[in-house]
Design a protein around this ligand. Structure first.
Ligand code: PGA
Length: 254
């Protein structure tokens, strides 16, 4: 597939996989995906598996991401993990503002923007997640919600920082439900987000920014989704937990 931007496909393992199970998975992925050069491939294990997985991916084309981080650099924040701690394991990416954290940990856009700033300061690339709920879509609020989230979560980001940022459009109603947005719905939302980036930054920044789609991405729907002009990759949950399905998503996207 000839795309304007290099595809980036990331596996969000969520709260799955012990370190040993994670190792098994990446060993399989390394073999299956060794020859893939067309896609940036990222795995995002839970914190407790980062050490083991980081060693396993050292000599491979797999890159490492974390699923969250603190907005603070150091100090009395029980249970939190700082960017510098992630850097120790050669983490390059960090998922911020996933809808599960927005929903269960009540993370607001302003906090996500602070985390993004802490990530940039540590040279980590944030994958900033946005997306509307079913109720918001049905009420015709999709663009309004996306605009609030994108502007709020990227508040204070410079053009240079935006160049290091991936945006993930994940309609909440499509996450883990088996309901994928239609390719037309995905393309429409991605094009809207890109037009927003033009207004917030400029044409060049917006043209270069990679926007992933997330929500029930599977081997069977990957090709069609990735063929949309403004879809530059995928953030994959459930289907990233098995070698076969994650590898096939990537192979079907090339
Ligand atoms: P899913 O999750 O692929 O299981 O729908 C996607 C995500 O939440 O990142």
């Amino acid at each position: 597939m000839n795309k304007e931007r290099k595809l980036i496909i990331a596996g969000n393992w969520k709260m799955n996989k012990t370190a040993a199970e994670g190792l098994d998975l990446v060993r399989g992925l390394k073999i299956e995906l060794a020859s893939v050069k067309e896609v940036d491939i990222v795995v995002c294990p839970p914190f407790t598996a980062l050490s083991a997985v980081s060693k396993a991916v050292l000599d491979s084309n797999l890159r490492l991401g974390a699923q969250n981080m603190s907005e603070h650099n150091v100090g009395a924040y029980t249970g939190e993990i700082a960017a510098v701690m992630l850097k120790e394991f050669s983490v390059r990416y960090v998922i911020l503002g996933h809808s599960e954290r927005r929903q269960y940990q009540k993370e607001p856009d302003a906090l996500i923007a602070k985390k993004a700033q802490a990530a940039y300061a540590a040279s980590l690339k944030p994958i900033v997640c946005v997306g509307e709920t079913l109720a918001e879509r049905e009420a015709g609020q999709t663009q309004k919600v996306l605009e609030t989230q994108v502007r709020g979560s990227l508040a204070g980001a410079t053009k240079e920082q935006m160049a290091e940022t991936v945006v993930a459009y994940e309609p909440v109603w499509a996450i883990g439900t088996g309901k994928t947005a239609t390719t037309a719905q995905a393309q429409e939302a991605h094009a809207f987000i890109r037009s927003l980036l033009v207004r917030m930054f400029d044409e060049t920044v917006a043209r270069r920014a990679r926007i992933q789609y997330g929500g029930s991405v599977k081997p069977a729907n990957a090709r069609e989704l990735m063929s949309q002009p403004d879809v530059d990759g995928a953030l994959v949950g459930g289907a990233s937990l098995e070698v076969r399905s994650f590898a096939d998503i990537i192979k079907n996207s090339i």
